[in-house]
Design a protein around this ligand. Structure first.
Ligand SMILES: Nc1ncnc2c1ncn2[C@@H]1O[C@H](COP(=O)(O)OP(=O)(O)OP(=O)(O)O)[C@@H](O)[C@H]1O
Ligand SMILES: [Mg+2]
Length: 325
């Protein structure tokens, strides 16, 4: 079995809510509230959940773009939460992020060569400008953009091409882990698959490990080996992709799956429509956070928080119904 490249242990990220003239902290947004998972060397772990459930905060806290409130992030056996700035710099090279919005994440005043070359300069990975530009050319070819684009600016490109530039920038430092934060959500459906396929090809070629964030299960279906489902700052279910799609245990996962259009009539499930909106992470519901919207909730659910436990080989879920069975 492959080793864990990344381990996230009891990670929490609370944002203070300030109010009044003295800007006192009056509450906290519990964006990520005690989550644990691991990503194995070479795999793709999908992280899925509705808007605001804490996916981006999870990604940014792992990379220490945000400081964690509590918990550990272990990368190649080292708890990186304890590293100082210099030690962190070396790790930064190994962990890269691809952002959702290829329009906002690329500096409009920089050429493609400089956007992709900047991380090479920062980490001093080329002896001189010539060598740097050779590297940039090579990477651009690998993401399906020719070297002839080197001196162009981001606005001259389509969304899909811009995301290829974002991917090239992440690849430039030869990372081990890429956190892809909804890399195709802002793209036309027709180009989404192209970019997902590209990421898959690059994974093989560069031996990459991915944490792939998406807000619905259809996007991660092809690329993921395993999938973690998040709801309101918690992971509610985590297992192999096939197991998740064939045998979802958590009612929230079941509702997300029922929303995916299914071409095969034998596999078609009745749509489970959740009532109400996602509650606020400032004051999450008691017990199981999903209970106010859960079609299967019973008396224990508002009272006690369900434990995240293993039900079958590598299949984890947090739901009181499963303990009853
Ligand atoms: N810097 C911040 N300060 C305060 N609250 C924040 C901050 N960043 C995120 N939040 C809050 O934390 C919660 C989780 O946000 P996050 O962006 O991680 O969600 P997400 O799952 O990535 O959503 P989306 O699918 O919309 O990208 C939300 O309630 C959000 O409003
Ligand atoms: Mg997000």
């Amino acid at each position: 079995m492959a080793e864990n490249l990344l381990e996230v242990k009891n990670l929490k990220k609370y944002f203070p809510v300030k109010a009044g003239v003295f800007k006192r902290t009056v509450a906290h947004v519990k964006a990520v509230d005690d989550i644990s998972f691991a990503v194995k060397q070479g795999e793709t772990l999908g992280l899925v959940g509705e808007s605001g459930c804490g996916k981006s905060t999870t990604g940014r806290t792992i990379l220490r773009l945000l400081e964690a409130t509590e918990g550990e992030v272990v990368f190649e056996g080292k708890n990186i939460m304890e590293l100082d700035k210099n030690e962190m710099r070396a790790i930064r090279r190994d962990m890269q992020i691809i952002f959702q919005d290829p329009y906002a994440s690329l500096n409009p005043r920089m050429t493609v060569a400089d956007i992709v070359g900047e991380p090479i300069d920062i980490h001093k990975l080329a002896k001189n400008k010539k060598e740097r530009n050779q590297k940039v050319e090579e990477i651009l070819e690998n993401v399906g953009l020719g070297a002839e684009y080197m001196n162009r600016y981001p606005h001259e490109f389509s969304g899909g091409q811009r995301q290829r530039i974002g991917v090239a920038r992440a690849l430039a430092v030869d990372p081990k882990l890429i956190i892809a934060d909804e890399p195709v959500s802002a793209l036309d459906v027709s180009v989404q698959a192209q970019v997902v396929n590209l990421l898959q090809d690059l994974q093989q070629e560069y031996g990459l490990t991915y944490l792939f964030i998406a807000h619905d299960l259809s996007v991660v279906k092809h690329i993921s080996d395993r999938v973690a489902v998040m709801y309101l700052g918690k992971i509610v279910e985590l297992t192999d992709k096939k197991e998740l799609y064939d045998n979802p245990l958590h009612p929230y996962t079941q509702s997300l799956l029922s929303a995916i259009p299914e071409a095969d009539p034998k596999k078609k499930k009745d749509r489970i429509v959740l009532e109400g909106d996602v509650p606020s992470p400032v004051d999450p519901p008691s017990g199981c956070r999903f209970h106010p919207r859960c079609p299967k909730a019973f008396d224990l659910c508002p009272v006690k928080e369900p434990e995240f436990k293993e039900y079958g080989d590598g299949h984890f879920a947090a739901c009181h119904l499963l303990e009853k069975e």
